[in-house]
Design a protein around this ligand. Sequence first.
Ligand code: ADP
Ligand code: MG
Length: 500
Amino acid sequence: MTTHFHPALGEAARSFLSREHHLLIDGRMVESDSGRRTDILDPATGNVIATAAEASATDVDRAVEAARRAFAGPWRKTTPAERTRIMLRFAALIETHADELAQLECINSGKPLAACRNGDVAGIVEMLRYMAGWTTKMGGETPNVSLPGEWHAYTLREPVGVVGQIIPWNFPLNMAMWKIAPALAAGCTIVMKPSEQTPLTALRLGELALEAGVPPGVLNIVTGFGNPVGAAIAAHPNVDKVAFTGSGETGRRILQAASGNLKRVSLELGGKSPVIVFPDANLEAAAAGVCSSIFFHAGQICAAGSRLYVHERAFDQVLDAVTRRANGMKLGHGMDAGTEMGPVISRRQLDRVMGYIASGQEQGATLAAGGDTTGERGFFVKPTVLTGVEPGMKVHDEEIFGPVLCAMKFSDDDDLERISAAANSTTYGLAASIWTKDLNVAHKMARRLEAGIVNVNALSSPDAALPYGGYKQSGWGRERGFDAIEMYTEIKAVAINLNT
Ligand code: ADP
Ligand code: MG
């Protein structure tokens, strides 16, 4: 295999990429049943950087059996304090290998290296440490019951069992850890399927977990395509829960597949998140926030602020600041110093995004910035701003998952009800951002917005303690915070009649 590595890639990352990657089942790297392999690309160049094993439904069976054995055996018998210690060791090992992981994440997902190092890798360490704290603190309760006679009643919080986790390509490390950490803390065992496009860092995490003392079979990683691997996990009769992050279309398929054994389902799907700028806001800060929210990682973020609403008095100033920033952004390889925005993940994604930009223009929107691809190789789309966008246009209603912002106005004729009705006018409800100095407006808007996450004078709030998930068709359940622990546990009520 000929590989073309970026010159800034370190020795550890090179040596990992050069390996023949397999599946992680029962604590060992094993060949896939079929022996078939998939090319893994650097989206900034289109070059092949590694190949990964393509698992089959039979491989999923093996992984589920290993997870079931580990659940019944070693992991169930580990004390909460031991689980905490193992998870903290896992976090420390990730820190030791932070540069290698950041470089692998950068070269396979396209995100700028500094963001991978300071956002993704630092973020998963925080997530593990936060969830490791819950292990010794999650317990049941002793409800006061009013049954006749004398009773002692309590609840037990127990792990849900073997969990399947299916994740996308935009944040391979973060999406993996948002699911692995609460599942480990709760005492579950895992069959994880990374995206077929970005399986590398999940495999490396799996190795570090073993090194940290996570027993074999607790964390299994099966690489390969949605069909058959993801489909087999979602339908598996011996999997107790499936947690998914990705598109609504695939989410619906997973839900149907999960209905066979009524396994628990959590879904983190797309968004079309509004950013609402009131005229009293710090407009420079708002414009900077808008740009980070939609252009960071080329808009490939479920919570990307893709619909901008600005009061007409501030509209020109904000639009001008946004388009200036958009036109000035340095696009390039994530490993190159100074790169502010990388590529989208694939040729297919590039075509999708360009299709949306064309459809916006066909339906009457006007280009205020970008609108084109760029670069001699790789999958780069220029930061794009559309004005004249209205509900009913595809660019307004649908998630683009690219660096495309739709800018709209409101006026003094619009009260908070009308502004929030416009902001709520999609089938999604993931995130929203409000920019104002008026506390009453901020709190009233926060209540009126149909979104699982509302940020005020901020574009995002990436904290392990804050629940993350969507209203409406943005999904079911919440990741991060104690809500994530709840998704990986069952409650058992135990009642003891003390009179017999
Ligand atoms: P995209 O097609 O843009 O990659 P998806 O939502 O389809 O977005 O993919 C997210 C994850 O879901 C990936 O890991 C993918 O392999 C997986 N997946 C795709 N199709 C299915 C399916 N039918 N069942 C389970 N998982 C799937
Ligand atoms: Mg798909």
